[in-house]
Write a protein that binds this ligand. Sequence first.
Ligand SMILES: NC(=O)c1ccc[n+]([C@@H]2O[C@H](COP(=O)([O-])OP(=O)(O)OC[C@H]3O[C@@H](n4cnc5c(N)ncnc54)[C@H](O)[C@@H]3O)[C@@H](O)[C@H]2O)c1
Ligand SMILES: [Zn+2]
Length: 360
Amino acid sequence: MRIVNVPLGNRSYDIKIGTRLLERLGKQCAGLNFGKRCAIISDANVGARFGKAAQVALKRAGFEPMLITFPAGEPAKSLKSVQACYDELAAQRLERKSFIVALGGGVVGDLAGFVAATYLRGIPFVQVPTTLLAQVDSSVGGKVGVNLRAGKNLVGAFHQPRLVLCDLATLVALPLREYRAGLAEVIKYGIIYDAALFERLERELPNLLRRDTKTLGAVVARCCEIKADVVRQDETETGLRAILNFGHTIGHALEAISRYGKYLHGEAISIGQVAAAKLSARVLRLPEAEVGRITNLFTRAGLPTSVSLSLTQRQHLVEAMKLDKKVSSGELKFVLARRIGQVEYGQQVPARMLAEIINS
Ligand SMILES: NC(=O)c1ccc[n+]([C@@H]2O[C@H](COP(=O)([O-])OP(=O)(O)OC[C@H]3O[C@@H](n4cnc5c(N)ncnc54)[C@H](O)[C@@H]3O)[C@@H](O)[C@H]2O)c1
Ligand SMILES: [Zn+2]
């Protein structure tokens, strides 16, 4: 088992990465000074697969778990689900020391984390991420929240988990398309922070694609270390944390104009990162050879790297970028790469240059 600590003073916690961690869930929670009662929040797919094992593990350690599940998919990340959770928690009399276990992908993690952040003004929670995206990204860093009809993640809080358990064995069941989408975030860490990780991914992609646990363990741990390092320096995103959004301005806009159906998040940011790399070549002189390596790695991972849009769609794309909540005072700013492993945030890109990249 690998352990990565997220050092945030009295809100510090460990991310534990390995196999057969789900069956040790109870034991892992035992040292954390929680009350007996707890709620596992999950979705239908993950609940059916791993809900029982989580409950058994918690009971064995003396906890009294209840299981709340929602239909799988983004629509579960809603205030309606939050309300349903509050009602269940109150009916089962969960109190201040009770805790929540988020068992699932990013949807479940964001929803369960938001419930934990707000029920009784905040109770502890544990993340048990079961998608690659959730293990390397959404379960770490304390951003929790739900969607409104007006847009994604518009209601939320910062609430750090008390523990993150990444059981690599759960990833075996993940559909290939979801797994590849997670690789888009993995590759992102190489580009923004760690050239050696990027090289490792170039070398070991075949092992990763067959979900080899040894390779996965090392790679997931490195991604978590990077995220922890960024979050430690800028927990509430006043500056540096923005680098985690490399490729996301274009990616989010693409998700928005395709109404969150066509592309998975990872696919949209794969296209977004390749576009950001091309912008980087113009603005920060990222060498063309590195743009090529970036494009090639996403392609080898089975991810899309370009999209053909009609003129109207291109206009909508730019409008959607301006609506992204990370845009302040209407100015489009990007995270751009100087070279693989080093990026700069807050980079202004002339509208004309952006249009050229989008049109190409
Ligand atoms: N809080 C953050 O910092 C942060 C960061 C990135 C993304 N997010 C959020 O994460 C969400 C996306 O998360 P996601 O990509 O994990 O999607 P997801 O939670 O919808 O999971 C994807 C699909 O895989 C299924 N699944 C999950 N684990 C499985 C397993 N082990 N075996 C078989 N099937 C499994 C789920 O039921 C679902 O159908 C978005 O809502 C996004 O906004 C949050
Ligand atoms: Zn992302």
